[in-house]
Design a protein around this ligand. Structure first.
Ligand SMILES: O=P(O)(O)OC[C@H]1O[C@H](OP(=O)(O)O)[C@H](O)[C@@H]1O
Length: 322
């Protein structure tokens, strides 16, 4: 039995989810993780095989297909790990049940974690605060929502977040919560920090040294916030903790298509230029005041303790070929 055979047995839901993650139709670290866990459950439900070894091989192949879509948000491999580590049983029906159950538990935990971290993050916000956001993060929005539920009144300065302008999604979500929103271009951030009480960002991965890997532009924002004396926090549930960094691995930064930055026609009109489009950057721990998780808030430098508790000394890759 080879894992190539597993790949041939992939159900359409896996391919569709993988394509949607790669094209960013499904995006945001936690949302990607939930979609991947659900795709594994679909694979388990729909696959028609009798041989437990073949069932396992197809599940590993499905996880590999989902894993190869985007490299930076560790919530994706953490979701695959969570589900596959629970794939136990002697026969196909038992394996199927375990995968479906693990997937459901994972998505439930995502929701619960978001709710809990929202309350922790909300306690850092004061009534009347102006909050500056970058990109679109469901974990960051949970903090604002919880603060509103505590009766605090907030307003927001929302960075556009070029090139894909996820700031528009944040602006819409905040308006739905009745939060007054001012949208600014990214390069106006330093100027508007003078009117900001707290900067609030999400994360795609957190490294063992407390570095925050988030949407490109976060590190510059953090440095400017420090220079202006404005506190900055990262809202990131623990599935954003990157276990491989415990053993010294660095986090791969995704490079996306150049067409996201400039359309080919305009580019041709300019002449022969290079264009680069890194999707994320790394904010060193000294520029971040707190990382807010469902297990409480941490100074970035001490996040390693929580990582060891949750992952031991490293990370398994249960989707690898045996
Ligand atoms: O999990 P939640 O908090 O929703 O999002 C976390 C992060 O995921 C997003 O990445 P992208 O837009 O998928 O590249 C942003 O960088 C955001 O801060």
């Amino acid at each position: 039995m080879t894992d190539d055979r597993g790949a041939a047995d992939l159900v359409p839901a896996v391919e569709e989810t993988a394509e949607s993650i790669a094209s960013m139709e499904i995006r945001g670290a936690a949302t990607i993780a939930g979609a991947a866990a659900e795709a594994l459950a679909e694979q388990a439900r729909e696959i028609d095989v009798d041989d437990p070894a073949r069932f396992r091989a197809t599940m590993r192949a499905a996880a590999r297909r989902l894993h190869e879509t985007r490299p930076t948000a560790v919530s994706l491999p953490n979701a695959l790990r969570y589900v596959l580590q629970r794939m136990e049983g002697e026969d196909v029906e038992a394996l199927r049940r375990r995968v479906v159950r693990a997937s459901a538990r994972f998505t439930r935990r995502l929701e619960e974690a978001r709710g809990r971290l929202g309350e922790v993050g909300a306690n850092r916000l004061q009534d009347g605060d102006v909050v500056m956001t970058h990109c679109h993060s469901t974990d960051a929005l949970a903090c604002i929502e919880a603060a509103l539920n505590q009766g605090k009144s907030l307003s927001a300065i929302v960075k556009e977040t070029r090139p894909r302008r996820q700031g528009h999604i944040t602006a819409e979500a905040l308006r739905e919560l009745d939060v007054p929103v001012t949208l600014i271009v990214d390069s106006a951030a330093r100027r508007y920090l003078d009117e900001t009480d707290h900067v609030l960002v999400g994360a795609d991965s957190i490294a063992a040294d407390g570095s925050v890997i988030n949407k490109i532009g976060t590190s510059g924002l953090a440095v400017n916030a420090r220079e202006r004396g404005v506190p900055i926090m990262t809202a990131a549930q623990t599935i954003k903790l990157h276990p491989e960094t415990l053993t010294g691995h660095t986090v791969e930064i995704e490079t996306r298509d150049e067409d996201e930055v400039i359309d080919p026609e305009t580019r041709a009109g300019i002449g022969d230029i290079a264009v680069e489009n890194p999707a994320f950057d790394v904010t060193p721990p000294r520029y971040m005041d707190a990382i807010v998780t469902e297990s409480g808030q941490f100074p970035p430098e001490s996040i390693v303790t929580l990582m060891r508790e949750l992952f031991g000394d490293g990370a398994e890759t249960p989707w690898a070929e045996p």
